[in-house]
Design a protein around this ligand. Structure first.
Ligand code: PRP
Ligand code: URA
Length: 207
């Protein structure tokens, strides 16, 4: 079973509630997504590997730290796009690799439609970004692709998960920690998270 981290941070819970609200417009939805991702990213990078680094202050020279791991942000198109900016604000030296999956409406299976990963892995830690972990199909497929690529360390960062999605991702990839703002009650009969927030892509992009 993966390690599952559900944020307890009051600001995360406050912003998540605004994000869920059916009255929240597209612009505010995008801004909240950006802010939530930044906060979750802070928590999800708690074990980032550091190397010692000398620094000279106005008073003395001392040994500080520098983040050593190279990081790849892997947003799952489309909805994962809204999480990139918040992550970039916190982690300036990163690469961004896009993977495109959409859910087939009937089968709910993920359909891959975009992947421009280079032949060999170029980063040490991949952070998969997708706001919704519903059946878990898209997340499992994205991690499958990254493992085949050779990614040495992978974490999943989402906003809202269904228990079914957490179970599926952690069973398929028990080595991938899952960081989310909440685990909701259930999936409904058409694969949407309840209470959830509706369709994350549509709410971001006004479609
Ligand atoms: C949404 C969401 C996830 C997926 C989650 O994408 O952004 O990628 O559904 O569902 P799953 O856990 O059952 O796979 P969607 O297919 O709606 O595509 P979009 O982001 O392009 O709107
Ligand atoms: N994708 C979404 O955007 N919302 C859900 O509730 C489930 C999948």
């Amino acid at each position: 079973m993966s390690q599952v981290f559900v944020s307890k941070h009051p600001l995360v819970q406050h912003k998540l509630t605004l994000l869920r609200d059916v009255q929240t417009d597209h612009r505010s939805f995008r801004e909240l997504t950006r802010e939530l991702c930044l906060l979750l990213m802070y928590e999800a990078t708690h074990d980032l590997k550091l190397a010692p680094k000398q620094v000279t202050t106005p008073m003395a020279t001392t040994t500080g730290s520098k983040a050593e791991e190279t990081i790849g942000l892997v947003p799952i198109l489309r909805a994962g796009l809204g999480m990139v900016e918040g992550a970039l604000a916190l982690l300036p030296n990163v690469q961004v690799w896009h993977l495109g999956f959409y859910r087939d409406e009937k089968s709910l299976r993920p359909v891959a439609y975009y992947n421009r990963l280079p032949d060999a892995p170029t980063v040490q830690l991949c952070l998969v970004l997708d706001p919704m972990l519903a059946t878990g199909g898209s997340a499992v497929a994205a991690v499958d692709v990254l493992k085949k690529w050779g990614a040495p360390r992978i974490k999943y960062i989402g906003l809202i998960a269904a228990p079914e999605g957490v179970e599926r991702l952690s069973t398929a990839h028990p080595d991938v920690p899952i960081h989310v703002a909440t685990i909701d009650e259930k999936l409904n009969e058409i694969g949407y998270i309840v209470p959830g927030l509706g369709d994350a892509g549509d709410r971001q992009f006004g479609t």
